[in-house]
Design a protein around this ligand. Structure first.
Ligand code: GLU
Length: 442
């Protein structure tokens, strides 16, 4: 069996952390099984869907390195949905219902008042053809419900949650089509999963009860259901994922200097028994991906953890990966010298400026003589072999200074700052001429 997974976002916004995670897991599972990962654009809600979000979803997936092999759009597939719908209507599995939203709300209120679960009472099933004709003559257009089979429990073995069990009699027959003919999510998704040969549906556990209903739809359409993996949802540091954090989009992560490798490394492992590590190599994430490692408890998404992981990843990013984002002329040696100090790749430009100059002149004050001495030493040392150690060892002997006293005035004069990358790595890049100039001012 060739594994086929799909990521099925609705194009009503940018990708955010929750659906990036779903996309990633679908992608990783497909890769781990040499299968196919596809993108299905769930755009049946034509009012809320927007073409520019489809464009940004594609771009976001590409940036994350999760490019789909195939893409389908639900709005291009209405003819198929109509055919299957007609089949199910003919088979009595889909029926028209005429209650207004207010009527349904009232029914639920009464049920709740009696301590009963607010399950649809199937009143529409008792309508005669004449009743229906009368209603339609009055201008009431029906919406359409899928009739659940109450004869047996709905069961499946979820790849994350284990054995699942639902009693269909406790569930309302789901509405699958609105009175204006538009499609709700449920049925088109099943029709597509069948038509596209989806073998594994990987999604958030907010869909678990939908799955119970959809399993009956697969059955009604004569197709075996795929395997399901429902992941525990993400939470924020204080419980539920806040609206703000939950809606942080790929564009915002990008603007904050977060690398796709960091997002992948975190979201691949969050909520699993495997440690979150700064893994850049996607092959490692693929090889270690296994639904049996996922826990059932909500996984905590923490922006600080992402930022820390991001920094650790940046500290190891090879020059070739970032070269096109570095300032013109910045060399591999310069990248390697500054990357341990970065929390975002864009900050490399500041350090390149420190290397290239000009840097702000600092007040030398009581270190004037010391720095003049340093300039004299710098003029003599061998610049091809570890100039920083030659310089500081020599100054230690001649001035008796040590520690902070020895190093800090040099760092300040040479970089204009108190902190920064290892001077041993920076000094050869600053070079002899600029060093002499910065130390002596001439
Ligand atoms: N469009 C649905 C969603 O975003 C897809 C759910 C599914 O994976 O079936 O929730």
């Amino acid at each position: 069996m060739t594994v086929i997974t799909r990521f099925a976002p609705s194009p009503t916004g940018r990708l955010h952390v929750g659906n990036i995670r779903t996309a990633l897991h679908n992608w990783l599972f497909a890769q781990a099984n040499r299968g196919t990962f596809m993108l299905r654009i769930d755009d049946t809600d034509e009012e809320r869907s927007a073409a520019h979000f489809i464009t940004s979803i594609r771009a976001d997936l590409a940036w994350l390195g999760l490019t789909p092999v195939k893409e389908e759009r639900q709005s291009a597939r209405y003819a198929l949905y109509q055919r299957q719908f007609d089949t199910l209507v003919a088979a009595g599995r889909i029926y028209p219902a005429y209650e207004s939203a207010q009527e349904l709300e009232l029914k639920r209120k009464i049920q709740r008042g009696r301590g009963l679960p607010p399950v649809y009472d199937r009143a529409a099933l008792n309508l005669t053809p004449e009743d229906r004709a009368t209603l339609e003559a009055e201008g009431v257009q029906p919406h359409w419900r899928f009739r659940l089979d109450h004869s047996a429990p709905i069961e499946w073995h979820d790849l994350i949650r284990g054995p699942q069990h639902f009693d269909p009699a406790t569930m309302s027959d789901p509405v699958v089509r609105r009175a204006n003919g538009s499609w709700l999510y449920m049925l088109p998704s099943v029709i597509d999963d069948i038509d596209m040969g989806i073998t594994h549906v990987v999604r958030g556990e907010d869909h678990v009860s939908n799955t119970a209903l959809q399993i009956q739809m697969f059955d009604a359409l004569g197709a075996p259901p795929p395997s399901f993996a429902h992941e525990a949802l993400l939470t924020g540091s204080e419980g539920k994922l806040s609206k703000r954090l939950g809606s942080v989009g790929v564009d915002q992560f990008r603007a904050a200097g977060i690398e796709p490798q960091a997002i992948r490394a975190l979201l691949a492992r969050l909520g699993t028994s495997d440690p979150v590590e700064p893994i850049q190599d996607i092959a490692t994430l693929i090889a270690g991906f296994d639904f049996s490692h996922f826990g059932r408890a909500p996984a905590r998404f923490d922006e600080c953890e992402l930022a820390q992981l991001n920094a650790r990843i940046i500290h190891e990013l090879p020059f070739a990966t970032v070269a096109d984002r570095l300032p013109d002329g910045m060399t591999e040696a310069a990248w390697q010298a500054v990357r341990p100090n970065l929390t975002a790749v864009a900050e490399a430009a500041e350090w390149w400026q420190v290397i290239e100059g000009p840097i702000p002149t600092i007040e030398k004050g009581e270190d004037t003589a010391y720095l003049a001495e340093a300039a004299a030493v710098a003029a003599m040392i061998d610049w091809d072999a570890d100039p920083w150690h030659s310089l500081t060892n020599r100054l230690k002997e001649t001035t008796g200074r040590k520690g902070r006293q020895l190093f800090l005035p040099l760092r300040r004069a040479l970089t204009g700052r108190d902190h920064g990358p290892d001077m041993a790595a920076l000094l050869p890049l600053i070079g002899r001429d600029r060093t002499l100039y910065r130390l002596s001012g001439t």
